[in-house]
Design a protein around this ligand. Structure first.
Ligand SMILES: *[C@@H]1O[C@H](CO)[C@@H](O)[C@H](O)[C@H]1NC(C)=O
Ligand SMILES: *[C@@H]1O[C@H](CO)[C@@H](O)[C@H](O)[C@H]1NC(C)=O
Ligand SMILES: *[C@@H]1O[C@H](CO)[C@@H](O)[C@H](O)[C@H]1NC(C)=O
Ligand SMILES: *[C@@H]1O[C@H](CO)[C@@H](O)[C@H](O)[C@H]1NC(C)=O
Ligand SMILES: *[C@@H]1O[C@H](CO)[C@@H](O)[C@H](O)[C@H]1NC(C)=O
Ligand SMILES: *[C@@H]1O[C@H](CO)[C@@H](O)[C@H](O)[C@H]1NC(C)=O
Length: 327
């Protein structure tokens, strides 16, 4: 009940805030950053044979709606709706995960919420923690399904979007940005008992094609924050597909390589303003034994960025889009 009241209070604050844009924004995002983006993108070209950071022409200034697909690095827990604010006080692991529907794998706002707020855009979030690209690509998911864990994938997320996305927003093609960020759990499941990355690659490309056919003109891809041969190859195929789409159909796309951001942070965290523990909490289940200053930690729960690091992901994403424009 206490948490519910805080959430409602937050909503009222957002709606009453003078100067709040007229768009339908239920969340007032605190975009303050205590960190510095101490890395520049490595802008590449469209004819690169491997994935490269670039933007073919997405104009963030035109965007009014953000539609997100992905895993716990993106999920606000909204599952196909406009997100509710995180529970910031008292501190909780995952800002409410395991305690409410309002789950997210950090201590506050996600990169996508910060981006949506910067653009005065509505955010429709289809991403979900643990998601892979295709459950049928790995022995641990299906058909063998050795782990027996229900798991979201790009197929399920896209299906749900096609069913109800058009009822939630006008989805004007020139004003809608689709973001896609998968690979962490694909790498994880592939590592446990093998799989067929070609299935995942074909699914990724097929789902992108369906989004394009239903009007997607602006697509932003987050490359994984770590490098692995099988997911690097997948990302290069997705990049090649989108480069061809740009040439043939005029699809605008941006590719942001989070591995560049996170490897630079790992090499010199202090440059960015990180001074505390690399990971704040010992597990996703408790704040007991956690650090005192999560704003200075790269990760909040193991393997998941802190709210402040999500701010860097947003800044880095916008920097690539702004600086890596190819003719
Ligand atoms: C916004 O975040 C900053 C940094 O964490 C914090 O110092 C400040 O108090 C916050 N502002 C509000 C209004 O919550
Ligand atoms: C998301 O919502 C849809 C529709 O209610 C449901 O079928 C699906 O299982 C949900 N996904 C998750 C991961 O909860
Ligand atoms: C795997 O098994 C779980 C538990 O029976 C089930 O909920 C889930 O849908 C299965 N996943 C796939 C991809 O078949
Ligand atoms: C999945 O498991 C089967 C049976 O253990 C194995 O033969 C196959 O190689 C595995 N698939 C892949 C692509 O690793
Ligand atoms: C271009 O658009 C057509 C028609 O929607 C589609 O069939 C084709 O796959 C697209 N090609 C690429 C490379 O995107
Ligand atoms: C944070 O670092 C300190 C000093 O190394 C250590 O004692 C503490 O256990 C760490 N806390 C966590 C949550 O890892």
């Amino acid at each position: 009940m206490h948490h519910l009241l805080l959430v409602l209070a937050g909503l009222r604050l957002a709606l009453a805030q003078p100067g709040t844009p007229t768009s339908n924004l239920p969340i007032l995002v605190n975009s303050t950053s205590t960190l510095t983006l101490a890395v520049q993108p490595a802008c590449g070209s469209l004819d690169s044979t491997t994935f490269a950071e670039l933007n073919t022409g997405i104009n963030l200034g035109n965007i009014k709606t953000l539609v997100t697909f992905g895993d716990s690095w993106t999920s606000t827990g909204a599952n196909g709706t406009v997100p509710l604010p995180p529970i910031l006080h008292p501190p909780l692991p995952s800002a409410g995960a395991r305690n409410s529907e309002n789950r997210r794998a950090t201590n506050g706002f996600m990169w996508s919420e910060r981006l949506a707020a910067d653009l005065n855009s509505k955010l429709l979030d289809y991403s979900w923690g643990g998601a892979v690209i295709d459950n049928f690509a790995y022995n641990t998911t299906s058909p063998a399904n050795k782990t027996g864990v229900p798991r979201s994938d790009f197929n399920a997320q896209a299906t749900f979007f096609f069913q109800q996305g058009r009822f939630l927003d006008a989805l004007v093609p020139s004003q809608t940005l689709y973001t896609v960020a998968f690979g962490i759990n694909d790498n994880g499941q592939f590592g446990i008992a093998g799989g067929d990355i070609d299935i995942a690659t074909q699914t990724y490309i097929t789902r992108l094609g369906e989004l394009q056919q239903s009007g997607a003109q602006n697509i932003l891809i987050h490359g994984m924050y770590t490098s692995h041969s099988e997911t690097d190859a997948l990302q290069s195929e997705v990049f090649a597909y989108l480069a061809a789409s740009h040439a043939v159909n005029g699809t605008q796309f941006a590719f942001v390589n989070l591995e560049r951001l996170f490897s630079t942070i790992a090499a010199d965290p202090a440059e960015f303003g990180f001074t505390g523990n690399a990971t704040c909490l010992v597990s996703a289940n408790t704040i007991v034994g956690g650090c005192d200053d999560p704003d200075r930690s790269v990760f909040y729960i193991p393997g998941h960025p802190s709210m402040m690091t999500h701010g860097l992901i947003n800044q880095y994403t916008q920097t690539v889009v702004g600086q890596c424009l190819v003719a």
